[in-house]
Design a protein around this ligand. Structure first.
Ligand code: FE2
Ligand code: FE2
Length: 216
């Protein structure tokens, strides 16, 4: 739970950062995506905490953009590339098959919910009062609690499984190409960066959302 007001902005990754992500192993790119999605959860919680008042409109703008673009692109990468590879390399592992099925089920419900919430948050992004603040608060809390649990579950199960079983060069190459194609065709690689409340400048010492996951 964010204990301080959030002062964030969504920025396009510069060339150096894009090159860094291209060079990293593609499984780490999924972890980077998860860091951004946990940032989205903090943004949504901050908006929910401010209701019935209109929260920082820039936070709502950030949230709408990630809900409409970043989240579906991440799900497409998982369902179109990562999960099929895991299924193929773990064909005899029933628990793996069940976990992936459950995660896909959660994607379906979260994605539908994400578009509904984005519609509501557009009101706040335009500095208008939400149509039904109580209902919006309920929707936001249900969504970010579920998304945090989903991401933590993937970090605890899918990512370690991918590192253990996707060791063939062909698998890594397929993932790398899929991640690179997403960066080129979608909204591009974006990061949430912390800004200083006092002057609006980048705040490298703030809590922030590190682009690269911590070393294990
Ligand atoms: Fe997922
Ligand atoms: Fe994920």
């Amino acid at each position: 739970m964010p204990s301080q007001p959030l002062h964030l902005r969504l920025v396009e990754a510069d060339e150096a950062i894009s090159n860094l992500v291209d060079a990293m192993d593609p499984i780490s790119a999924f972890e980077v995506d998860h860091v951004l999605k946990l940032g989205l959860c903090d943004v949504l919680e901050s908006i929910a905490d401010a209701l019935p008042h209109t929260a920082d409109t820039s936070l709502a703008t950030i949230a709408v953009r990630i809900l409409r673009n970043g989240l579906p692109e991440h799900v497409a990468l998982e369902e179109g590339h990562l999960f099929p590879l895991l299924r193929r390399r773990n064909a005899g592992d029933q628990s793996c098959q069940k976990i992936l099925l459950q995660l896909e089920h959660e994607h379906g419900s979260d994605e539908a919910f994400a578009y509904e919430i984005a519609d509501e948050l557009e009101q706040i992004a335009e500095a208008k009062a939400p149509k039904n603040a109580e209902m919006l608060g309920y929707m936001l809390r249900g969504f970010f609690v579920s998304l945090r649990r989903h991401i933590r579950w993937e970090n605890a199960t899918v990512i370690p499984l991918a590192r253990r079983t996707l060791t063939a060069e062909a698998d890594i190459t397929q993932l790398r190409e899929a991640v690179a194609a997403r960066t080129l065709t979608g909204d591009g690689l974006q990061i949430l960066e912390t800004v200083s409340a006092a002057n609006g400048n980048r705040d490298p010492g703030g809590p922030g959302y590190p682009l690269v996951p911590n070393e294990k």
